[in-house]
Write a protein that binds this ligand. Structure first.
Ligand SMILES: [Zn+2]
Length: 355
């Protein structure tokens, strides 16, 4: 966050929102006053935060008495300041809390009933008070996992009418169909990585980063035609290994095992199943092949310039390799030769990759 000054100094920069003809409380006349906004500082819960402050400006008054606020603007300013504090502390803003509640078609009273909280609590969190962390966590779970809302509903069904229960269930299903499924599939992959929650040699000093993984797969699929699973898994290992060699950490945080056909990440079936991975099954005479395609909804902004450079290098090297030739290439790697079937391939061997 930028710092605009020290202490309680008023900021000089401001923006005009609009000019309004109104009764000015400073000079007691009806005239055009400017509604302005600027970045200010205030204290929230004993902590200084920067927030967007709105105020009115009267050009007819003396310099030190030319500003005023209405009651409504004052409330908005307090809301903005509290939301700035929330953002700073990774808490949901009041707007996000409202959006979560409304995504299940719940009134404030409904939400209070559903969670077993006091009725005034929700109303306060959406207007005045900053929520405590345990409350914030429950609201975040509601946002990410509609099934959790279903569990709350089952516990508290007696508090709702039949038609309201029907309505909430319908919303849960709709949310599950849109973003809930993505959450569950990510959780499925994450569950395979509970033993690798800390940076270590197995994950290349990086914990699992699913956003990055999805973007990397899409990037490979964009640049390489006919990208199939076995080859993709090797490309991921090479990208992670090269990143480790150059920067001391992998990109995706995947953990690879020694498989017949080279390095194979733990949870590879779940990687293929991620919502943001576009893959088509193609039936061969003998088996099913997974053909990967780019996902245009992923913008790649989470990939740094250095990371793109690494990916491009991997693509340049292996673009025209067939599955069997990249497997054969991988078989010659020290990382492969020094490990046995099923063993985790430590990233320390990445320093010796043949690239
Ligand atoms: Zn005035």
């Amino acid at each position: 966050m930028h710092s605009f000054g020290k202490g309680n100094e008023k900021m000089k920069k401001w923006n005009l929102i609009e000019k309004i003809n109104m009764e000015c409380p400073l000079c007691d006349k009806i005239h055009i006053v400017e509604k302005r906004t600027r970045i200010s500082k205030t204290i929230v819960k004993g902590e200084e935060v920067e927030y967007e402050e709105i105020y009115f400006y009267c050009a007819n008054s003396a310099d030190d008495e030319c500003e005023f606020v209405s009651g409504r603007v004052q409330n908005d300013n307090l809301l903005n300041a509290r939301n700035a504090y929330r953002v700073l502390h990774g808490l949901l803003t009041s707007y996000e809390i409202i959006a979560i509640r409304e995504s299940y078609g719940l009134s404030q009273v409904d939400l209070a009933k559903l969670l077993g909280w006091g009725e005034a609590t929700i109303s306060r969190y959406e207007s005045k008070a900053i929520q405590d962390e345990p409350y914030d966590n429950i609201l975040k779970i509601m946002k990410e996992n509609p099934l959790a809302v279903y569990e709350f509903l089952q516990k508290n069904e007696c508090k709702f009418s039949d038609s309201k229960i029907f309505d909430i269930k319908r919303r849960i299903m709709a949310n599950l169909n849109s973003y809930g499924r993505e959450y569950l599939k990510r959780k499925a992959l994450e569950s395979e990585y509970i033993d690798f929650k800390e940076p270590c040699e197995a994950n290349g000093n990086k914990t699992l980063d699913i956003d990055k993984l999805e973007n990397i797969i899409s990037y490979f699929a964009k640049k390489i035609n006919y990208l199939y699973k076995v080859k993709l898994m090797k490309l991921l290992w090479y990208a992670d290994a090269l990143s480790y060699k150059l920067n001391g950490s992998s990109m995706t945080g995947l953990v690879y095992r020694h498989d017949d056909r080279g390095a194979l990440p733990i949870g590879h079936y779940k990687i293929v199943g991620l919502e943001n991975i576009i893959v088509k099954e193609e039936e061969d005479l003998e088996y099913i092949r997974y053909h990967f395609y780019p996902n245009d909804n992923l913008d790649g902004t989470c990939l740094s310039k250095d990371e793109i450079m690494i990916l491009d290098k991997i693509i340049e090297k292996f673009k025209s390799y067939s599955t069997s030739s990249i497997v054969e290439y991988m078989h010659k790697e020290t990382a492969y030769q020094m490990t046995k079937a099923g063993e985790i391939i430590p990233f320390s061997y990445a320093k010796e990759i043949k690239l």
